[in-house]
Every structure is written in C-alpha cells, then in structure tokens.
Design a protein around this ligand. Sequence first.
Ligand code: 5AD
Ligand code: SF4
Length: 474
Amino acid sequence: MNYNLPDLNKAKFRSRYQAPIIRDPVKLTEKQRQLGRGLFYHVITYGCQANVRDGEVISGILEEMGYQPTEMLEKADIIILNTCAIRDNAEKRVLGEIGFLQNYKQRKKSLILGVCGCMAQEEVVVEKILKSHPTVQLIFGTHNLPEIPAMIEKIMETNKKSVSVYSMQGNIYEGLPSRRSLPHKASVSIMDGCDKFCTYCIVPYTRGQQRSRLMNDILEEVRDLKESGYKEILLLGQNVNAYGKELDGNGDFADLLEKTAQMGIERIRFMTSHPWDFTERMVDVIGTYSNIMPYIHLPLQSGNNEILKLMGRRYTRDQYKELYDKLVARIPEVSISTDIIVGFPNETEQQFLDTLDIVEYCKYDNAFSFIFSPRPGTPAARMEDATPLEEKKDRLLRLNERLDYYSKIQNQKWENRTVKVLVDGPSKNNPEIYSGYTPQQKLVNFVKKEAAVGDIIDVLITEAKKNSLNGIQL
Ligand code: 5AD
Ligand code: SF4
C-alpha cells in the first residue's frame, strides 16, 4: 500500500533554512467542491490552542468541500479526531475514543473516520491504528492539511485508506480556509513548530521545525479580524518569544506585539512564552500598551537547577525569578500562570522542594501541573528513573495544594473591585448567569443587566473562588 508514513527520526532533522511560504495551498477542483454536498462533518479536537486552531482550518476546508457542521455524531458522514500527543493519558483517551467511534461506523458504512494532529505524527501510533482500528480510513499529519480534499476524494472513489504524514521540516501556509469558532475572540497562529527540544517534549518532533509567518501576513490577518468585529486576538505559537528568529529583517516578537497593539484591536493575548527568549524589550512593550493584556503564561517546569538542565530548559531558578520580578515590576497588575512537571526522571525530594519554593515565591494566579510522562523518541524517555509512581503522585498532590492556595489568594485580591469583562455569553450551567474574562484572564460569572457576546462591560466582583470570580454587572 502506498502510504506516506511518519518518522520521528526524520522529524529530528533541523537545518538553518527558511521554510517556503505557500499561498492559497487549498485549490479545490469543481468535483471536490461538490463532494460534501448534503453531508455533515464533526471534528473532535484534543489538546492545545494550536490544535484548536488546526481544527478551525480543517472545518474550513471541509466546508469548502460542501460539508455542513453537525454536533450529532450519529448524523455525521465524516468524523475527524484531531489528537494530542503531549502525555500518555491524552493518547490513551484518543485511542479509547477511536474504539467508541467504531459503533457509528458499524451503523453507517459510508462514514469516514479520520485521525490527525500530533498523534498522527508518531509512527508507533499510526502503526497501532492501522493494525487495530481498520475502520479508520483517513490519517493525516500536522503538515498535511492542504491534502484533505484529495484524500477524501480518494477514499470516496476507492473505499480504501488514505494516509499522509510528512516528517520533514514543514512549510508555511498562507490563506488556508478557516471556520472560526467564536465571533469575538480569534487565534492568530504566528508560527508553527518548535526548536527548543526540551528533553521531555514531543512537540518539536510532531510539529516540526520552527516556522514563523511574515510579520506583514500576520498584521493583515489581524486587520481583517478587527474589521470583522473581533475584540480579542490570541497570538499563538509553541514559543512566541522566539518568533521571527529564523527570518532575516522581519522583526522579533517585541516588534510584532508593538505593531499589533498599534492597530488598536481591544485585546491582545499571546501564548506560550519560553522564559529563555523573553527580552527586556518584550517586557517593556507589554507594559506600555494598554491593549496588550497583562497576563503571561510562563512555564517553570521545575524549580531545581539540575533538573532544569536535564530538561534542557536553558535557564536557572534565579534567572526565572529575575524575569518574574521584572514582569511584576513593569506590567501593572500582571497575572502569571505556569506549567510544572513533577517526577522528571530521578527527581529527588529535595529537588521537588526547590519547585515548591518557587511556587511560594511566584504565588501563581493559575497553574497546570503534570506528572512526567515518557514520550517515545525523546531523550528523557531514555533516562533511567527509579522514583516510584506513588511518590510522584504524592508530589503532585502536595504541589496542587499550594497552587490552589495561591490561585484563591490571587483571586481574592479582586473582591469588591470593578473589572472589565469581555462577554462570552451565557454560562454553561445557568443561562441567567453570563460569563467572560478580565484582562488578567480571570473567568467571571456575573448577573447581567445588558450584555451581549463581545461587549466589554464593568462587573463588580462579589466573591472569589479558586478558579473563577463571581460578580454583578454595573
Ligand atoms: N510529561 C509531562 N508533562 C509534559 N509537558 C510537556 N511534555 C510533557 C511530558 N512528557 C507539559 C509541560 C508543557 C505543557 C504543555 O505540558 O509542562 O509546558
Ligand atoms: Fe516543548 Fe519546550 Fe518547545 Fe514548549 S518550548 S513546545 S516544552 S520543546
């Protein structure tokens, strides 16, 4: 069979090269435009914001083929699982979901089941799916979105599988179709891939070499979004602070932030920042423009210097604290969140206590904490590890107790204050209660007076919880 299969070894390859920019890569034939007429699609996305953005592009491509969206799985003619490979439990969940979807395939023989995203970039996973889940007919990688129409056409014509996953360095695609999920907040992908190769992380392999879009292309997308009424944009990349490093004469992330801010869109966010690439000027630009939101996700991963070194993070605990101090000093009322991994191979109790010590120092507004999960093909997965899982679980519990404590304390600071909230709409559980976010990315559930999706309104905070604030609209 003529499959284009993934190869993690090939994906390690990096050279100094400027990725080719391919404009309007999805050129549908008249036939492909008709293939989905009268048919329905459903895309299930797992994982990070980059995957969510890819999900919007996949939806956009399917709609150009004539498909319509449906929330009902039983109504769908094509179901695509957009997967995440960051930790083993994410992968297990997806494999379980594939098993569950077989039921729909049995009931509707013409249903096309597809798998894409980061798991599709791993050869072991693709082999497993091909062997144990023969009803999955469509598999494409994170670099292969423009091929979707041709792949679906082939499946419809031959009823055979279509598998295409590139492990090469990747292109930059401009002008991909897209179906945005929200009318007021939009993600703008400014780069793809990552060259940091933190030793535990699979992302540099699954998403490929860092490829930054040209500044002008990004600004044009922001301009279009602003003109269409969007209030908030999220500049998105695995490591936005390294934006533009591989491009000559294009400008860096500080330049991009500044130019975006000058366009006057109400709210600008960005994600994710690697501490190592955070320059003084970036801190300064964030502190200068009131439409750049004072919220920074600053992954710590570990607070111990030896572990940081083994992780390949390129900073020490003191350098991290120094950056934290600068952010707090320069950006008024900044909120800071983080990611922390416990139980990296052979992490000792003492080394774990160093992490707790930084938590006491930074008093994070919010944090995501994980037990180290060995990812096939990464250097950390090959390290010996004598620490029992029980001990790792215990560390996670102790860490979470402190993280929860500080989230609540940080939220309490907002009690009895008036905050600006960008309205998302009725909250999930109670249509009477509306919700939205503050500049500091605090979720607010509030009793509304006059509020519509996309309004920026004043809310008086009446109660702080661990993960949200309650309030009343003024
Ligand atoms: N094990 C556990 N956590 C991981 N992360 C990335 N790779 C792993 C892994 N192998 C976490 C990091 C990263 C976040 C997105 O996921 O904390 O910042
Ligand atoms: Fe993974 Fe490190 Fe790149 Fe983040 S910066 S995606 S943790 S390799």
